[in-house]
Design a protein around this ligand. Structure first.
Ligand code: PGA
Length: 243
């Protein structure tokens, strides 16, 4: 496990964006695995800025997002499709047909999951996967206890995730109770992984995931076994873990 220490959120975002830029420059036809949530917003902002300056070209890049709520239209402001469009896809020259996000409105979940796995495989696998980490160690929507062998699957959101996300929806009924997520196996098959962490509230879980025992109870702990994983974290997130 490599660790890149950053001073603060902006520095973490710039350092992670640098690694992603290097990937795109070295292999313009690369496949990126992308994440949503508050942590990667600064990375997307930085990549957008470098694109505007003419330093980055996304025209041959393919992307696969980790997850999506089930039952939300793409036009719903809380869908991850909407998030990606707003924070990255509408701002750079990526080809819409090369961006992939699980279809939250799919009629047949089983087919949708298999199709997502197949699409990743047909694209040649993920070159670089960007990840955030949840307070309970989840990555994507892989909640504690999920088998490490899982590929893309449909999950029932846990009570804590429902509570954490409740504020983004106008009513309880509107909140999705299920989501699609890439499984841990999809993530572990990526050639490179970047794990982002920012802020003191991530310090305890970062330490537990990166030096605690490897167990499905802490999904991110499996990343200790990946042969090209890099943690990019700021001083506060690293305040308890001294790698
Ligand atoms: P956050 O979410 O980036 O909003 O902290 C991380 C996650 O839950 O995966």
């Amino acid at each position: 496990m490599k660790v890149i220490q950053a001073a603060d959120y902006d520095d973490m975002s710039r350092k992670a964006a640098n690694l992603i830029s290097a990937q795109i420059i070295m292999k313009p036809r690369c496949v990126l695995g992308l994440a949503t949530g508050s942590t990667p917003v600064g990375v997307y902002r930085q990549l957008t800025e470098w694109y505007r300056k003419g330093d980055l070209d996304f025209s041959e890049v393919t992307t696969f997002n980790l997850d999506e709520y089930r039952g939300l239209e793409r036009s719903h402001p809380q869908s991850y499709y909407y998030f990606m469009k707003e924070h990255l896809f509408s701002k750079v020259n990526i080809v819409a047909g090369r961006t992939n996000i699980p279809d939250g409105m799919a009629q047949n979940p089983e087919f949708a999951c298999k199709d997502y796995n197949d699409r990743i495989e047909r694209a040649g696998g993920i070159d670089l996967q960007l990840l955030g980490i949840g307070h309970n160690g989840h990555i994507g929507f892989n909640e504690p206890g999920t088998a490490f062998e899982a590929m893309t699957h449909l999950v029932e959101l846990t009570e804590s995730t429902l509570q954490a996300n409740r504020r983004f929806f106008s009513s309880e009924e509107e909140m999705p109770r299920q989501a699609y997520t890439m499984g841990i196996k999809n993530i572990m098959l990526a050639k490179k992984i970047i794990i982002l962490a920012s802020g003191r509230d991530k310090a305890a879980i970062l330490k537990e995931a990166m030096e605690g025992s490897i167990s499905p109870k802490v999904q991110a702990s499996i990343l200790q076994l990946h042969n090209d994983a890099t943690v990019v974290a700021d001083r506060e997130a690293l305040s308890l873990w001294k790698p």
